[in-house]
Write a protein that binds this ligand. Sequence first.
Ligand SMILES: [Zn+2]
Length: 304
Amino acid sequence: VSLTNSQGFQAASPATQQELLNAIGARARDAVFSYGLQNLASNPAFANLTQAQQSDAIQTFGRVANGAAYRAVSDAGRQQILSNLTSIVTSSRYQTAFPVARRAIADALDVTGVGTIPIVPQYAPEQIDLRALQRDFKTLWDNSFPGGRSREQGGTLVSNNVGNVSMIHPGGGKRDSFHADVRTDPDQKLLGVFHTHPYDSTEGGYTGVSMTGADAASLINNHAWNVIIAQSGDEQFMYLRTGVTPLYVDGNAVKNARDQRVRQLIQQGQSVSKASKDAARETAQAYGLAYYEGIEGVFKRVYP
Ligand SMILES: [Zn+2]
């Protein structure tokens, strides 16, 4: 009712009015979203947009509200996202930007949950669905023992301009390292890197070995991407950067602290896999990262 009474709504074309009503109807249980759209329609700048621009603005609201990060935050957080979004989508800079740039702006505000970072680990999505990449993950793991010896494999995660996630530049590295090629096309958004943790029979044949200190430091110090994923056997692990992750860490210090902690946990009787998971979780806590464990491409938040 307050929407249909608003000046912006009454000034809008019948097509835009219908689009606003449909958008609210599609998310009827999200009071914050309805309120956010009312604010958009009441914004004086909205009335000055063409019908196509208004339609673009409404659709961008819908895309952001369908994203995992939007759904994962509190009412106050969602209100803040939509308030920021109103300022953005009604600005002339946004409206005169190329579609690819507008897409990137919406991506920066949400979409897959790995395209942007949560303010704090507590706001990280509880689950991140990367089943679309499971086939790539499995192939790279299966390729990790050429001639029976360990050789890390990996690739680079990107999303395209309609939000689909894919892996590019798959390939092999060394026995215990992989260097990702993170070059992307203009219409691709760089999300993160993937690699395997193989241990051949001469190295103990371990599986389920989680994130290392080097993995954490690599993510923290490389600001161009926000997630690092590893696979060891059937098990998958992920760190997600957050707003409280430091900008820089001493890689050797993080690596040595994690390795020492793993040795200590193994001495106390834990398996290599369990020790690596506990240490990975503690590293996440120390550096403001969200930590996930996954299977078949579905990652569940373990810390916090
Ligand atoms: Zn690793």
